[in-house]
Write a protein of this length. Structure first.
Length: 413
């Protein structure tokens, strides 16, 4: 049976280090939701768009992912706020981890049988809706349970979960035989991935529900950058990092197929994802722990962003298979540091312990909104405004700008 939630008050700043098995359960749940997102984005949705509309694949792919990302922009902070106020006997986060996994799996099963654009949009929107319910809850458990002095290393493991999710999702999408079976495999893995966390969550619960005043509740989704400038800069820099990343990765399948001229583009995506994941593994945990030990965050985030920007230059000027491999190595090395340390930095600039999931949900808009904007920017660039070299140079410029602006955050070293 699931043990009773912890007795630590829900709004207290955590001081007791978390155990490895708890971290492993959180990481696995993150791997599940990112596999369910990135397997489709990297391979399945691209191939399905080509099958449904072979002459207009870029538009269909951008339409489906863009509408889904718009759902994500609203869903993550909304479910975060709901999670903050949930009075379940098992805690605030557990119900939404379970509901999110089951609902997301349902969306993937709809996609597995979709042969029209409308069904693709429906299935992907459901995956985004429920996947963000899961992500909002499982992200908030880190500031709920992990002391500040341990967040760099835990953030490193969370970073690895995102990358492992991409690797697992891409492997499931390419190895089970067909688009439909790929979606089914991702759905099954998503549900199974949350079981260990549900079994041993240690989730904190509310003793008394916070008073809900609707106008005040709605206003809470706006966090003034004038009142909380460091939160504002953290949001802006994460947004720019994710715009650059989305521009660089959204059309990777088509880049390999059309620009590099790779005959087996889906296998190419899998190989690049594996290389990229290995490089993230090398840098994320070590640099997260290093950041904890020296008590500094910004220098790591700035440096990682500049490294990531170099990867865009490589892909722009050397559109070959060796160039793609080198770009994956550089991008993975930088992204591992960024994901681990920037997450720790973000948890240190949250305005209120009472609204951790909601505030992290607002931060996650900076992850989701670029997925709406990137197709609108990338499609015309690829088709009419210079193609993939211009696309990757733009991604480089935006990422480098984000890296420099991190220095504007003042309350974190």
């Amino acid at each position: 049976m699931i043990p009773e939630p912890g007795v630590v008050p829900a709004f207290a700043e955590p001081t007791v280090p978390v155990r490895a098995r708890w971290t492993a359960a959180v990481v696995l749940a993150n791997v599940g939701v990112f596999a369910a997102w990135l397997g489709p984005i990297q391979v399945l949705l691209a191939k399905q768009s080509e099958a449904v509309a072979p002459g207009n694949k870029e538009f269909v792919f951008g339409l489906v992912t863009g509408i889904g990302a718009a759902v994500s922009v609203v869903a993550n902070p909304a479910f975060g706020a709901i999670s903050d106020r949930t009075m379940s006997r098992r805690g605030r986060r557990v119900p939404w981890v379970l509901i999110g996994a089951l609902g997301g799996a349902g969306g993937l099963l709809i996609l597995s049988g979709a042969s029209a654009v409308g069904l693709m949009v429906l299935g992907w929107c459901l995956m985004q809706l429920f996947g963000n319910a899961l992500l909002a809850a499982i992200t908030a458990v880190v500031p709920d349970r992990v002391p500040v002095s341990q967040r760099g290393v835990v953030g490193g493991w969370v970073a690895i979960s995102q990358v492992l999710g991409a690797l697992v999702g891409t492997a499931l999408a390419t190895s089970v035989g067909g688009i439909g079976l790929g979606y089914v495999a991702c759905a099954v893995f998503l549900v199974l991935s949350v079981v260990p966390y549900l079994w041993r969550s240690g989730d904190t619960r509310l003793v008394e529900r916070p008073r809900l005043v609707v106008p005040q509740f709605l206003r809470g989704f706006w966090i003034s950058p004038r009142r909380y400038p460091d939160f504002g800069w953290a949001w802006l820099t994460r947004f720019l990092f994710n715009v650059g990343n989305a521009l660089g990765t959204l059309y990777l399948f088509y880049y390999l197929q059309d620009e590099v001229g790779l005959a087996d583009a889906d296998t190419g995506v899998l190989i690049l994802t594996a290389i990229y994941s290995a490089c993230v593994l090398v840098t994320a945990i070590g640099c997260g722990k290093w950041s904890d030990s020296v008590g500094r965050r910004k220098i790591f985030v700035t440096g990682s962003g500049l490294v990531m920007a170099v990867a865009g230059v490589v892909l722009a000027v050397w559109p070959t298979w060796p160039g793609a491999i080198l770009g994956a190595i550089i991008l993975g090395a930088g992204f591992g540091v960024y994901l681990s340390v920037d997450f720790a930095l973000l948890t240190q600039v949250l305005p209120s312990a009472h609204d951790r999931a909601k505030d992290l949900g607002v931060i996650n808009i900076a992850n989701s909104l670029p997925q709406v904007l990137a197709p609108a920017l990338a499609a015309p660039i690829v088709k009419h405004l210079g193609g993939y070299p211009v696309l990757y140079l733009l991604a480089t410029f935006i990422t480098a700008t984000a890296a420099v602006l991190v220095r504007q955050i003042k309350s974190v070293a």
